[in-house]
Design a protein around this ligand. Structure first.
Ligand code: FAD
Ligand code: EPU
Length: 345
């Protein structure tokens, strides 16, 4: 028998079989506003989604899910830069590809990150030495209470590692409707990470970096169209210098990245890997064989399978290293987002 409510299985890259009371596709800011007002009138929970590549639904959603599909790309050429205004519902990777094809470099390190352009500022997407903040000019945010749109310039977005003001002050009652990018014509390759360090800065092209990034990503990250996942399930932990020194004393091979403020970032994937958890399975959920930081929907996983697996991973790493991982993924309950750390204590 078919389910009475719309399915969100294709709207979350984990591919969990979740339903919502209402599923609305919004192609304009006004459509988001209308759906919000309707939900408010009916006192129903409301949530926005792009591609659902950074969410874990814990259960069916008892309200309205608005799928952002606001399109439009406008490129303005200035003397020293390209200014690109992008509708929040444009696919990020397609944007990266199409700018490169038009001879506009700058986004190549951020190739193959799933999701919408309008979601990119929320956790300040980052990969291979570049973050969204490095290319951000502004973010346009619709205040759902007033119907007015505000433009926040980069400095106002409080970007940090997997963090921004859109996870704090602008989390509830706001929708990102567009982003503005600023790409310098004087292009400088960023070759600080992984295999990119082997490339020659004097001769490398943006297309070659794009190709190398795609190659590295395809070799370790599962394609969500084939195997459900949300990329890195946990954030890379930041710890104090003293604890880092103790750990590097005990584990000389441990990857560690000193930060400007004295903290040290560790590789959560390495910590999980050291607990021999690659391939570890709970029900239909598993730790990915090629990258231990990725939890996958191996076979008809339920939200409970993923949660149980995440609990075990967090506990094992905590017991072995006294480092307590926090999810990067946003946990969504029946009426809205919940505290992800509490859900896996
Ligand atoms: P969603 O998952 O749909 O939404 C994320 C959150 O934002 C939710 O809380 C949602 O309610 C909210 N939201 C969505 N749209 C809006 C809006 N318009 N206004 C306000 N709030 C909104 N991330 C990285 O940083 N680096 C990586 O290298 C990376 N690699 C990945 C690889 C894979 C295979 C996968 C599956 C994910 C990866 N991610 C990575 C995570 C993910 O791609 C990013 O977080 C992406 O920006 C999420 O976009 P989305 O449109 O799918 O957002
Ligand atoms: N490692 C292992 N075993 C593993 C996984 C990783 O030993 O199973 C080691 C690697 O050998 C390497 C280190 O851990 O020395 C880091 O691994 P990797 O380069 O794969 O990157 P990561 O730290 O796991 C981060 C981001 C990714 C981003 C890549 C590239 C976070 C939480 N994750 O992953 O972002 O694509 O760097 O820049 O910061 C995401 O956020 O969803 C995501 C995929």
């Amino acid at each position: 028998m078919s389910h009475p409510y719309p399915s969100l299985q294709a709207d979350n890259t984990l591919g969990l079989a979740i339903h919502a009371c209402h599923r609305v596709i919004a192609e304009t800011p006004q459509a988001i506003l209308n759906a919000w007002r309707e939900a408010e009138r009916n006192r129903q929970p409301f949530i926005l989604l792009g591609e659902g590549s950074n969410v874990l639904f814990l259960e069916d959603f008892s309200g309205t899910v608005v799928i952002n599909r606001i399109k439009g790309i406008h490129i303005e050429q200035q003397e020293d830069a390209w200014k690109i205004h992008v509708g929040a519902g444009e696919n990020w990777h397609t944007l990266v590809e199409s700018t490169l094809k038009q001879g506009i470099p700058g986004l190549e390190n951020l190739a193959l990150i799933p999701g919408m352009a309008g979601s990119a500022p929320i956790q300040n997407i980052g990969a291979y030495g570049v973050e969204f903040r490095d290319v951000c000019d502004y973010v346009d945010v619709l205040d759902l209470h007033t119907g007015e749109t505000q433009r926040l310039h980069r400095e106002a977005c409080a970007f940090g590692y997997r963090d921004s003001i859109f996870k704090h002050h602008y989390q509830h009652g706001y929708a990102i409707v567009a982003v503005g990018l600023h790409l310098h014509k004087e292009w400088r390759p960023v070759l600080t990470y992984g295999d990119l360090t082997r490339l020659d800065a004097a001769t490398v092209t943006a297309q070659e970096i794009f190709n190398a990034v795609c190659h590295m990503r395809r070799s370790k990250l599962p394609d969500p169209r084939v195997t459900g996942n949300v990329g890195s399930f946990f954030k890379n932990p930041l710890i104090g210098r003293e604890q880092a020194e103790k750990l590097t004393g005990s584990y000389p091979g441990m990857p560690h990245y000193p930060q400007a403020n004295g903290d040290v970032k560790l590789a959560a994937g390495w910590l999980i890997d050291q607990c021999q958890l690659k391939g570890f399975r709970v029900g239909g959920a598993a730790v990915h064989q090629q990258q231990a930081l990725v939890l996958i929907n191996a076979e008809r996983a339920t939200p409970q399978d993923i949660i149980e697996l995440a609990k075990i991973v967090r506990a094992r790493v905590g017991q072995k290293f006294d480092v307590w991982l926090e999810p990067e993924v946003r946990f969504i309950g029946a009426v809205g987002e919940c505290n992800a750390v509490e859900a896996i204590l």
